[in-house]
Ligand binder design. Structure first.
Ligand SMILES: CC(C)(COP(=O)(O)OP(=O)(O)OC[C@H]1O[C@@H](n2cnc3c(N)ncnc32)[C@H](O)[C@@H]1OP(=O)(O)O)[C@@H](O)C(=O)NCCC(=O)NCCS
Length: 250
């Protein structure tokens, strides 16, 4: 998708991105910006809860995941589903660079509000798949074609063979105001169109086993589980184990 242009389900996309790291100061600024945004949109209590959860997560983390994969055969099955939620003012954009994000913002789209540290992710080569309602970002997900891009997302360290064309998908989030309206499903289906058009051979993603909403969404779409993983993090020490499971369609 070219710089801030829209397209239909079977439209064409364009390559292109830039990489540049963000400094610690930028990241801190981004954290404060995000905190201010949560405070403004959700209030003090949710901000306090999320800030505490974030701090605890930096110190200690134990999480188990289902690992999913999609390849050309699953893409084909998905791409037969032509689903567009009945939501007024819906539009879909793929954003490859901060320049494209700037162009969107110049057109009035509020790209930054719900996407967290989107600028940093874009700088690191992650590609944003955005669903807007009017000018408001309602759902976002990310595609990573390099390890650097994946590292810019807060994702488990699942093994992805980028050198053989595998990709990583993650960081999905629907703005709480727009949940259960089919936007996540829609974004995934649009992303799969992109995979098909770009000839992406395989994509992997992970969902925490305790994330009931996301697991239900995967199950509804019919995603394929290929393994499970376990992450333990204590301060800077980290342990990751993954093991294969017999392929099972959710
Ligand atoms: C998971 C998440 C992205 C789903 O977004 P969404 O736009 O509400 O999803 P959809 O409307 O496309 O829902 C698709 C299906 O998922 C399931 N689902 C979604 N949210 C659910 C919930 N809270 N409880 C139970 N099932 C849920 C339902 O089966 C739903 O279909 P239905 O509404 O027809 O029953 C959203 O809840 C979210 O942003 N959560 C926080 C971040 C997160 O967990 N991200 C995923 C990381 S892998």
């Amino acid at each position: 998708m070219s710089d801030g242009e829209s397209r239909g389900r079977k439209g064409r996309y364009r390559y292109g991105r830039k990489r540049r790291g963000l400094s610690a100061v930028n990241r801190l600024e981004e954290l404060f910006r995000r905190a201010a945004s949560i405070h403004r949109t959700e209030g003090l209590l949710p901000l306090t809860k999320r800030a505490t959860a974030y701090a605890v997560r930096r110190l200690f983390r134990y999480e188990t995941y289902y690992l999913y994969e999609g390849d050309s055969s699953t893409y084909k099955r998905f791409s037969d589903t032509d689903f567009v939620p009945k939501v007024d003012g819906l539009s879909f954009r793929v954003v490859h660079t901060n320049e494209e994000a700037d162009e969107l913002e110049a057109q009035g789209f509020q790209f930054g509000e719900h996407a967290g540290d989107a600028r940093s992710k874009l700088n690191n080569g992650a590609i944003a798949f955005c669903v807007f309602v009017g000018h408001e970002l309602a759902n976002v997900g990310w595609l990573c074609t390099t390890q650097q891009a994946k590292d810019s997302l807060d994702e488990p360290p699942v093994r992805v063979d980028f050198s053989n064309g595998e990709t990583w998908t993650g960081g999905f989030s629907t703005n709480p105001r727009y949940r259960r309206m089919g936007l996540h499903t829609y974004c995934i289906l649009e992303m799969i169109e992109y995979w098909l058009q770009k000839g992406i051979v395989k994509s992997k993603w992970a969902v925490a086993k305790r994330n009931f909403a996301a697991l239900t969404a995967e199950s509804k779409i019919g995603s394929v589980i290929y393994g499970e993983g376990r992450l333990i993090k204590v301060l800077w020490w980290k342990s990751w184990k993954e093991r294969p499971l017999p392929l099972q369609q959710e």
